[in-house]
Ligand binder design. Structure first.
Ligand code: GTP
Length: 597
C-alpha cells in the first residue's frame, strides 16, 4: 500500500466517555462490519471485557475509507483501554500511531485519564483531534468543555468535532479529520525491515502471534526474520491483518499494522517492545521500544489443588506474553503451599489477571491480600525490597522502613471537596494543590502512601463523590514511615499468608477489625477456633469461633427444603476455595479480609 494513503490512529478517552461506541460507529460507517454482524462494543472481544463493560486489551482493526478527495485510505484503528491500571497498553498502542482522536464526554468534561492519555499522546508526538461526544445528552455543554480542553490541556479546541457516538452524529467529520489532519507514516520503504512488536499472544495452531507496526522495509511469508533483543531467528509462516477478522495478506510494508506468525513455540522468544528485522539485511539499530513498567501491587497466587501448580506456571507464561506488565516468581507459603508471588500495576489489573488465569486456563486459585513493595534498611546498612509481608525481616534487624508514595490528581465537582479532603486525610495524604479548573470543577493534588490507595481508596473516592471523582496517579518514590507487621494466629499457629504491614497509628484498629472479619468469614468447624492478631509478641485482638453442632441444616426451622438445599449448595460452593490450614479450613475471603475492613 502507498504509505500516503495510510493513517494509523488511536482513540483515547477517560473511562466511559464513549471510545468503544465511537469505534463501533467507525466500523459501521466504513462498512468494515456488516449491520448483521454488528453488536455493541464490537472490539471488546474478551468475555471479561463485555461483562465488565470496560476495555482491557488494545485491539487493532483495518478500515477502508473513501474520502471526499476521491482517494481510498487504509485506516488502522488501535483501540485502547481507559483505566489507569492499563496505561501500559495505551502507551504501547500509541507508539504504533501518528494521530489520536481525543474523545471527551461533553456532559462531563476533562477527567483524570483524559489528561493522562493526552500526555502519553504528546510524548509520542501524535496529532490530536478533539472530539466532544454525547452531544445528544440534554446536559451536554460543549462550550464549557472546549474551554476546559484549552485551559487544562492547552490544545486548540476551536475545531473540535461535535459528535454523538450513540446516534452516529459527527462520524463522517471524524473520518475526514483523520484523513486530513493525521500525517501519513514516515519511514524507509526500501530499507532493512524494522517492525515494532506491540502485542502478542499464544495460539495453539500458529504458536506465538505477534502484532507489529512496520516502521521500515517489508515483512512477508517465507522471510527469515530476527528478534533484535535475543538474536533468535525464525521463518515467517503467516502475515495478516484484522478487518476485523484475521485475513491473510501477502506482506506488510512500511507504515502498516498487522500480525505475523513464525512457528515461535517459546513464549520467551518474543518480547513486547522488541524490534523485528530480517536475517539477510539486518537493521543496524533497534527501535526505541517501551519504557519498562514496574509492578506496584503484589499478591500471592496459589492453586487450590496442589497438583495444578505446573498448569499455573504454564498459564502464567502464556498470559505474560499477552500482558508483560504483570510479573511472577515462585513463592512458598507455610499456609498455602507452592505458588507464585505476582506483581501488578494496580488492583483492577490484579483482579483481571486472576480472572483471566481462571477462565482462560481453567484454574482454581487462591490469592492473598495485595501489598506494596517496601524498602528496608537493615542494621548492616544493606537495603532490601520486600513485597511480601510474610517475608519481613524481624524488627530488631531493621534500621528504617520506607513505603512508596504516589502523587494523585483528583478531579471533582466542587460540592465534593469536603468529603474527598476528609478521605485523603484519613488515608494519610498531604494536600499539595487545590485549583478551580472551571466554574464548579476542582483539581485536588495529594501525596499519599500507595498502600492506602491500594486498600480501598478508589472505591471510597467513587462513593463519597457519587461516582463523579476521577483519579490519576504516578509514583513519586519512597518515604520513611512508622510501619509494623501485623500477624494473625489461628489456634496459636501463625498464618503467614494473612500477615499485613500497617501503619503503627492504625495497627490496633486494623488488628481488631481483621480478627472480627476473619471470625465472620471462617466457617465454624467441629472444634473451637481462636483467632488472634498480634504485633511482635503482643496480642492486640482475640476472637473465638464456637464449634459447630453436628447437623448444619438443623438451624433451618421447619421443612423448608429449598432453603436447606441452598445452604448445602453454598457449602459445596464454598468448599472449592478453601485451604486446609492444620485442621482449620480457611476460605478465600479470609485472605482478602484485610481489604474489606
Ligand atoms: P472503556 O471501554 O471502559 O474505556 O469505556 P469507553 O470509553 O469505551 O465507553 P463506551 O463506549 O463503553 O461508552 C460508555 C457509555 O456511554 C455506554 O453506556 C454508551 O452507551 C454511552 N455512550 C457512548 N457514546 C454516547 C453518546 O454519544 N451519547 C450518549 N447518550 N451515550 C453514549
Amino acid at each position: 500500500i502507498d504509505p500516503r494513503f495510510i493513517r494509523n490512529f488511536s482513540i483515547i478517552a477517560h473511562v466511559d466517555h464513549g471510545k468503544s461506541t465511537l469505534a463501533d460507529r467507525l466500523l459501521e460507517a466504513t462498512g468494515t462490519v456488516s449491520s448483521r454482524e454488528m453488536r455493541e462494543q464490537y472490539l471488546d472481544r474478551m468475555d471479561l471485557e463485555r461483562e465488565r463493560g470496560i476495555t482491557i486489551k488494545a485491539q487493532t482493526v483495518r478500515l477502508t475509507y473513501r474520502a471526499e478527495d476521491g482517494n481510498t485510505y487504509t485506516l488502522n484503528l488501535i483501540d485502547t483501554p481507559g483505566h489507569v491500571d492499563f496505561v501500559y497498553e495505551v502507551s504501547r498502542s500509541l507508539a504504533a500511531c501518528e494521530g489520536a482522536l481525543l474523545v471527551v464526554d461533553a456532559s462531563q468534561g476533562v477527567e483524570a485519564q483524559t489528561l493522562a492519555n493526552v500526555y502519553l499522546a504528546l510524548e509520542n508526538d501524535l496529532e490530536i483531534i478533539p472530539v466532544l461526544n454525547k452531544i445528544d445528552l440534554p446536559q451536554a455543554d460543549p462550550e464549557r468543555v472546549k474551554a476546559e480542553i484549552e485551559e487544562i490541556i492547552g490544545l486548540d479546541a476551536s475545531e473540535a468535532i461535535l459528535a454523538s457516538a450513540k446516534e452516529g452524529i459527527g462520524t463522517k467529520e471524524i473520518l475526514e479529520a483523520i484523513v486530513k489532519k493525521i500525517p501519513p507514516p514516515k519511514g524507509e520503504p526500501q530499507g532493512p525491515l524494522r517492525a515494532l512488536i506491540f502485542d502478542s499472544w499464544f495460539d495453539p495452531y500458529l504458536g506465538v502471534v505477534v502484532l507489529i507496526r512496520v516502521v521500515d522495509g517489508r515483512i512477508y511469508k517465507g522471510q527469515k526474520i530476527k528478534m533484535m533483543s535475543t538474536g533468535k531467528t525464525f521463518e515467517v509462516t503467516k502475515v495478516g491483518i484484522f478487518a476485523p477478522h484475521p485475513v491473510e495478506v501477502e506482506s506488510l510494508s512500511m507504515g502498516e499494522v498487522g500480525f505475523f506468525a513464525a512457528s515461535i513455540k517459546e513464549v520467551r522468544d518474543t518480547k513486547i517492545g522488541d524490534t523485528v528485522t530480517e536475517v539477510d539485511q539486518p537493521a543496524a539499530t533497534p527501535l526505541p521500544g517501551f519504557r519498562e513498567v514496574k509492578p506496584m501491587v503484589f499478591c500471592g497466587l496459589f492453586p487450590v489443588e496442589t497438583a495444578q501448580y505446573e498448569a499455573l506456571r504454564e498459564a502464567m507464561e502464556k498470559l505474560w506474553l499477552n500482558d508483560p506488565a504483570f510479573s511472577y516468581e515462585p513463592e512458598t507459603s507455610e499456609a498455602l503451599g507452592f505458588g507464585f508471588r505476582c506483581g501488578f500495576l494496580g488492583l483492577l489489573h490484579m483482579e483481571i489477571v486472576q480472572e483471566r488465569l481462571e477462565r482462560e486456563f481453567g484454574l482454581n486459585l487462591i490469592s492473598t491480600a495485595p501489598a506494596v513493595r517496601y524498602r528496608i534498611t537493615l542494621n548492616s546498612g544493606e537495603e532490601i525490597y520486600v513485597d511480601n509481608p510474610a517475608k519481613f525481616p524481624p524488627r530488631d534487624r531493621i534500621t528504617q522502613i520506607e513505603e512508596p508514595y504516589i502523587r494523585a490528581d483528583i478531579y471533582i465537582p466542587k460540592e465534593y471537596i469536603g468529603p474527598v479532603v476528609k478521605l485523603c486525610e484519613e488515608k494519610r495524604g498531604e494536600q499539595k494543590e487545590m485549583r478551580y479548573i472551571s466554574q464548579g470543577r476542582v483539581l485536588l493534588v495529594y501525596e499519599l502512601p500507595f498502600a492506602e490507595v491500594v486498600l480501598d481508596f478508589y472505591d471510597r473516592l467513587k462513593s463519597v463523590s457519587r461516582g463523579y471523582a476521577s483519579l490519576d496517579y504516578e509514583p513519586i518514590g519512597y518515604r520513611p514511615s512508622d510501619l509494623v507487621k501485623l500477624d494473625i494466629y489461628i489456634n496459636k499457629q501463625p498464618v503467614d499468608a494473612l500477615s499485613a504491614i500497617v501503619h503503627r497509628d492504625k495497627a490496633y484498629y486494623r488488628g481488631r477489625d481483621l480478627a472480627a472479619k476473619l471470625k465472620e468469614v471462617i466457617p465454624r468447624q467441629l472444634f473451637e477456633v481462636v483467632i488472634q492478631a498480634a504485633i511482635g509478641s503482643r496480642v492486640i485482638a482475640r476472637e473465638r469461633i464456637p464449634p459447630l453442632r453436628k447437623n448444619v441444616t438443623a438451624k433451618c426451622y421447619g421443612g423448608d427444603i429449598t432453603r436447606k438445599r441452598k445452604l448445602l449448595e453454598k457449602q459445596k460452593e464454598g468448599k472449592k476455595r478453601m485451604k486446609q490450614f492444620g485442621r482449620v479450613e480457611i476460605p478465600q475471603e479470609a485472605f482478602l479480609a484485610v481489604l474489606k475492613i
